[in-house]
Design a protein around this ligand. Structure first.
Ligand SMILES: *[C@@H]1O[C@H](CO)[C@@H](O)[C@H](O)[C@H]1NC(C)=O
Ligand SMILES: *[C@@H]1O[C@H](CO)[C@@H](O)[C@H](O)[C@H]1NC(C)=O
Length: 220
């Protein structure tokens, strides 16, 4: 009986490498898929908008209302505006680190804006308007250096406007109107070109900060 030959060392290395590549390739896709399943689990979905999420395919790029980059196969867009999806926003959304557009407006979403959204370094638009979000605007949103559109009007957000947001150097459109924010309105940095109408209908807001005087959020 001939002794069975063991694979040579280079062959064994190649096999190990192939196995590692095969294991690593779906990791990014699963990171996005897992985050979206966490979102789905936090929402109600009376119209079955998310029915094929996690069932038809494990690849989130094949799911409805989700768009991926052609080359990286990472999720870059989430289009869930006006979909009648009450519920809460899962903190795992912060793991969609290639996301550029988060469109979750007009859905009756309750609860808080997860601080983890501050991890979305590629985010261009954060659209959460016309929901029932409450609690404070997380200061971590000041880390979204790609952000151009931040629309959170018509919720029940409270607390001060985080000063960190004036550092959003690409910000073009901000709308925080129709909330319950308090304190003064920062007017420095990225906020210099934001019209005061973006802060309208927050009965507890005291008005714009006096230049150089800093904010007054004392009883806020
Ligand atoms: C606020 O959102 C609700 C629910 O989507 C909508 O019916 C209402 O028109 C919105 N109000 C404003 C001022 O945008
Ligand atoms: C902000 O949103 C409100 C409510 O939908 C709208 O009436 C207003 O025109 C918006 N303002 C800006 C500056 O975008």
């Amino acid at each position: 009986m001939a002794p069975r030959t063991l694979p040579s060392l280079p062959a064994a290395t190649a096999i190990l490498l192939l196995a590692a590549v095969a294991l690593l390739a779906p990791v990014a896709a699963n990171q996005d898929g897992d985050a979206l399943i966490a979102l789905k689990n936090g929402l109600q979905d009376p119209n079955g908008e998310l029915n094929n999420w996690g069932t038809a395919s494990v690849d989130p790029c094949a799911w409805t209302h989700v768009e991926c980059d052609d080359h990286t196969k990472r999720v870059i867009r989430l289009d869930l505006g006006f979909r009648n999806l009450p519920g809460r926003l899962a903190p795992e959304l912060g793991n969609l680190d290639q996301l550029e557009y988060m469109e979750i407006h007009a859905n009756n979403i309750q609860g808080t804006v997860p601080a983890e959204l501050g991890n979305l370094k590629n985010l261009i638009a954060l659209d959460l308007y016309n929901n029932k979000l409450s609690g404070r605007i997380p200061a971590s949103l000041g880390e979204l250096q790609s952000l151009k559109y931040l629309r959170m009007e018509n919720n029940t957000l409270s607390g001060p406007i985080p000063r960190e947001l004036v550092g959003l150097s690409n910000l073009m459109i901000l709308n925080l109107s129709y909330n319950d924010l308090c304190g003064t309105i920062p007017r420095s940095g990225a906020f210099q070109n934001i019209p005061l109408t973006s802060f309208a209908n927050n009965p507890r807001l005291k008005g714009p900060e006096v230049p150089g005087a800093g904010g007054d959020n004392d009883d806020c």
